[in-house]
Design a binder for this molecule. Structure first.
Ligand code: FES
Ligand SMILES: [Fe+2]
Length: 354
């Protein structure tokens, strides 16, 4: 149901302090995440191979974790390195370990075959720490919904004028058709609205005039489920590359990591250019506004999920605006089929260290 051979965002680095053993369910699997004394992150199956107690109830010791039921110790590769009162440690005493990389304050975990995990394919989010950009990191929403409904929402901007008519959207956007370019495993969507009122948050925070040009360009990456958006709100005629100092530029990152079939982790950040003098105050104001918009999405999507749960066989009628999301679903199906052929279920066995 989920692509396994992908880097998924598992959390923010700020969630894990020296002694933290973070329990996190990803793609239906329970993991424990921690940072070793050497500074490197470790991701292990959160189930001791002795009597199945969660390792997240244990304690970190150096670069290892000790199960606090009967005291077995596991290293970062998942191998058992200590059994209290026993000298010989059988090879089979191990838990699965997952490739894990910290990059730009995000913790990425590879959920599939470890030999395919290449860190250089992790998406660049350097704007989380970049001169000229003010970033607000650490955003998180727990969703009581299947990941696909949230992906559908991100792929369809026609909801902006309705779900977000009091925050980031305007009614006119509901009528604008985007330019869409499909690649092998991603889709780029370009949404342009010329000579129209700015969204409420820009009107409140910037000095832009009452009529502006808006450019929302984003890319949805199917492998790993993440969304990277560049938004520009410029004086009329300024264009996407507007250098007018009042131009508002935003960078939004959203990673949807399935928790399981029914729930989803939604990690997000925003960054903006320094278009006004009180940038720090602006960042928090902007974050409040964006967070409100994301809550608006959550409310409608979770309500949609409840409605689907109540009538799972009810048909959905397609409209033109659904074209992109339906094609992306077909692309995902092809990728899932390919992965199933290339990675027989036996390729990744719980209990085998990576
Ligand atoms: S259950 Fe972990 S040591 Fe016994
Ligand atoms: Fe939305």
């Amino acid at each position: 149901m989920f692509l396994k051979n992908a880097w998924y965002v598992a959390g923010w680095d700020t969630e894990i302090h020296a002694d933290t053993l973070l329990a996190r369910r990803l793609l239906g699997e329970d993991l424990v995440l921690f940072r070793g004394e050497n500074g490197l992150f470790v991701a292990l199956e959160d189930r001791c191979c002795h009597r199945l107690a969660p390792l997240s109830k244990g304690q970190r010791e150096g670069n290892n974790v000790r199960c606090m039921y009967h005291g077995l110790v596991f290293d970062g590769s998942g191998r058992c390195v200590e059994v209290p009162g026993q000298d010989r440690i059988p090879e089979r005493l191990c838990v699965r370990s997952y490739p894990v990389v910290e990059r730009d304050h995000l913790i990425w975990v590879w959920m599939g075959r470890p030999e395919l995990a290449t860190p250089d394919t992790i998406h660049d989010t350097h704007w989380h720490d970049c001169p000229g950009w003010q970033a607000e990191r650490g955003g998180y929403i727990h969703y009581e919904s299947n990941v696909q409904l949230i992906a559908d929402n991100l792929l369809d901007f026609s909801h902006l004028g309705f779900v977000h008519n009091r925050s980031i959207g305007t009614r006119k956007q509901g009528n604008v058709r985007p330019d869409v370019d499909f690649a092998d495993e991603s889709v780029a969507v370009r949404f342009t609205t010329l000579d129209s009122p700015p969204p409420p948050f820009v009107r409140e925070l910037s000095t832009l005039p009452e009529s502006v040009d808006r450019f929302n360009y984003y890319v949805w990456h199917i492998r790993g489920n993440y969304f990277v958006q560049d938004s520009v709100v410029a004086p009329v005629g300024g264009g996407y590359d507007s250098t007018d100092p009042t131009t508002v530029k935003l960078h939004t990152f959203i990673a949807l990591t399935p928790r399981d079939e029914h729930t989803t982790h939604y990690f997000w950040s925003t960054a903006h250019n320094e278009f006004c003098s009180s940038a720090q105050e602006l960042t928090s104001k902007l974050t409040v506004q964006v967070a409100r918009a994301f809550q608006e999405d959550r409310e409608i999507i979770e309500a949609q999920q409840r409605s689907i749960n109540a009538a799972p066989d009810a048909p959905m009628g397609a409209i033109a605006a659904d074209g992109t999301l339906l094609r992306v679903r077909r692309m995902l199906d092809v990728m899932l089929g390919r992965e199933a052929q290339e990675s027989p279920a036996s390729a990744v066995q719980p209990g085998v260290p990576a």
